[in-house]
Ligand binder design. Structure first.
Ligand SMILES: Cc1ncc(COP(=O)(O)O)c(C=O)c1O
Length: 361
């Protein structure tokens, strides 16, 4: 079966000596390897305020804390995402207001964001789902008009672009995940990209209890309680080795995605997703809409190709206590499906996927 997702782990010969060295170095906690990983990631993305953490969830949680989101506030978000996008908001005590998606793309709709803004809105959470970039031209305008910060959940969007620049440089907060199945895994890990030094320094303390690493532990004085969200040298070492491979791997996702964009045009029963102005997806999962999805998935499975949606729409979870209708999401959710697109798919498999779809279901 061609899988939908697959972790990339670098060759043993390259990874193991580096891992062994750090494991027995006497320093496995947050140290030089972490800072080197952050610096290299910063260079790659083009943002000097990149702070590593131990998950994408941690990056989201710190962003909300930096904004000061809490009980009585509202955060506008999307239901079409992995749960951590919204459980982190729930943890702050704020109310989640789900804005409907754009039926064409499944991504949070800028118009629906604006409709849902109230005096209580403290943040706007957008998710570049499956690597497709939200309508940032419009979302940036709304953010400026109402002076409400945007958090970009970019867990799927490493190497997606907005205005020709990598995601991670646009909003005040961008959160990446290096969890097992993402473009780049450090087994678990994440990166919070900020746009100013003040918040970068505050976030640095928030990721480690509120302690200041620059001051000796015995002289420290916590002024704001923080989390235990820092990355350690072992995960960072895996990240450093991954960074040597990521350009090639990420390129494969994008190359495969562009191939599908062209090869799957004009097939009866298939609707391709349009990408917004000034955006280029990272194609973490190739997403399309199909008629009679159940039969489509069955046909793909009969041909040893995984095809499926990945996440339960979050408004279905009781904790979010949401009963408003999201009619665009209702329609999109019944039709969309992901097909494999990542680094492990070769040309023969791409052709097989395309010919299987072309033969109908
Ligand atoms: C959209 C989205 N946001 C956030 C996360 C959280 O990332 P992590 O698993 O690194 O905490 C994930 C992945 O799990 C995700 O898919």
């Amino acid at each position: 079966m061609i899988p939908l997702i697959k972790p990339f782990i670098p060759d043993k010969e390259i990874l193991m000596p580096r891992l062994e060295k750090i494991l027995y170095s006497g320093y496995v906690a947050e140290g030089e390897a972490v800072y080197e990983f952050e610096n290299k990631f910063s260079d790659l993305i083009g943002n000097k305020y990149c702070l590593s953490v131990n998950s994408g969830t941690a990056a989201l949680h710190i962003s909300l804390k930096l904004i000061g989101v809490g009980p009585g506030d509202e955060v506008i978000s999307t239901a079409l995402t992995a749960e951590p996008t919204n459980t982190t908001i729930a943890l702050t005590g704020a109310k989640i207001v789900f804005a409907d998606v754009d039926y064409e793309t499944g991504l949070i709709s800028a118009e629906e964001i604006e409709k849902n803004i109230s005096e209580k809105t403290k943040a706007i959470m957008v998710v570049h789902y499956a690597g497709m970039v939200c309508d940032m031209d419009k979302i940036n305008i709304i953010s400026r008009k109402y002076d409400i910060p945007v958090i970009e959940d970019a867990a799927h969007a490493l190497f997606s672009k907005y205005k020709g620049i990598y995601i991670g440089n646009n909003s005040r907060y961008t959160c990446f995940s290096f969890q097992a199945i993402k473009h780049m895994t450090t087994i678990d890990g994440g990166m919070l990209c900020l746009n100013n030094e003040k918040e970068y320094n505050r976030a640095k303390k928030l990721r480690w209890f509120g302690l200041d690493k620059k001051i000796p532990r015995l002289d420290n004085n916590i002024l704001e309680p923080g989390f235990k969200y820092h990355m350690n040298n072992v995960n960072a070492t895996i990240g450093l080795v991954q960074l040597d491979c990521i350009q090639n791997n990420a390129f494969k996702y994008i190359e495969n995605g562009i191939y599908f964009d062209n090869a799957l045009k004009n097939i009866p029963g298939v609707t391709l997703i349009p990408y917004y102005n000034n955006t280029i997806p990272s194609y973490w999962l190739y997403t399309l809409k199909v008629k009679d999805r159940k039969s489509f998935i069955k046909k793909m499975e009969d041909n040893d190709i995984s095809a499926s949606p990945l996440h339960l729409r979050n408004d279905r979870h009781n904790i979010f206590n949401y009963n408003k209708t999201l009619s665009n999401l209702d329609a999109f959710y019944n039709e969309f499906v992901h097909i494999p697109c990542g680094w492990w798919i070769n040309q023969d498999e791409l052709d097989k996927i395309v010919s299987t779809i072309k033969s109908g279901w």
